[in-house]
Design a protein around this ligand. Sequence first.
Ligand code: HGY
Ligand code: MN
Ligand code: MN
Length: 420
Amino acid sequence: MTGLGGARAVARCDALGVSPYSDMADGLYRAYLTPAYTAAQEKIAGWMEAAGMAAYRDAAANLVGRYEGSDPGAPALVIGSHLDSVRDGGRYDGPLGIMLGIECVAALHAQGRRMPFAIEIYAFGDEEGSRFPAAMLTSRAVAGTLEVSALDMADAEGVTLEQALSSVCGGGIAEYLTAAREPGSIEAYLEAHIEQGPVLEADGLAVGTVTGIAAQLRYAVTVKGMAGHAGTTAMRLRRDPLAGAAAMVLAVEQIARGDNSDVVATVGVIEAMPGAPNVIPGAVHFTIDVRSGKEERRDCVAEAILARLSEIAEARDLEISVERVHDLPASPCDADLMDLMDEALIGAGQPVRRLVSGAGHDAMNMAVLCPTAMLFIRCKGGVSHNPAEHVEPEDVEIALQVMLGFIERLGTRAGDRNAA
Ligand code: HGY
Ligand code: MN
Ligand code: MN
């Protein structure tokens, strides 16, 4: 299979980038538990079975493929990434890691080989949080870190997670948390992912070993003022929450930029209600996403931002409420697995290059369960969360060879441990 797996992985991501595997007509939006999501699962399940795996949905409606190892009781190697996308996203953010996992198993299956451990491919259903308010629901369910209270939510159309889940797999929300894996049942978690940044391209490298994932905080902010008639309300009499929110958005940018560190802060969603050209809004909702490789930097900047927002609200006679939607700590990759990845890079004729991830990944949740490793793949211009996202099949083939080398070394390590 050498030489073809990388190209096939890219072609399969492309095939999944259009209807019926997208919830939007022109472009890619595949949300958790939608018709596009289940259509994509059915397609991928066929590819998993063709690679010698048994495919099934777990209680959180993740698609899982399992390729047995020589020792049925041994902790499994899990290879995964996410199947959902952002709105109008790229084709490779998530699915590429799933397809590469399938290609690794297909290569072993073609050679009739079994590793000392089973290999399980997880296509996580909700990493982006693009449908429901919280993100990374399904890898948190597998990691066992999801609180049952977190399941009580609805999407923008008012469809609850419970309704969406039962529409897809008939499963009940009560069983959702049974998707959790037993600690000790997983040898390691491996995720290959596009870098979504400029480092590998700038260094002329196809792949790199990830050292860890930045810590992230996400907030939902509501600012309330006084709705009014755009034509009859004098400027001095207004309590305009959208004008207030505009000052707040600029403050988010100024404070993060002023920290002169790796901290990044983003307002990605903003909505004015009732949202009419001739109405001064009554309320505004917006989100804030704050990240850094160091939690203390992240927290310090987040605190400064929230304090500034309160000052702006007070100065403009507005009400403000802030809800913390999620708090994901920084997640270092496992030192031993990084060494194995470096050896696999060398084995595949690639220079060793380590880099941190500013983007969040399911690996940060799986780190609660087991040691994690990530492999980054160069993407054009570092562009992601954008239809222009692009990878070269040759780089993906290199990633496949590195992953196979990593799996071999992990198998040798497991064999040596069992023999000891
Ligand atoms: O937000 C992130 O970093 C990831 O793409 N979900
Ligand atoms: Mn991703
Ligand atoms: Mn993403």
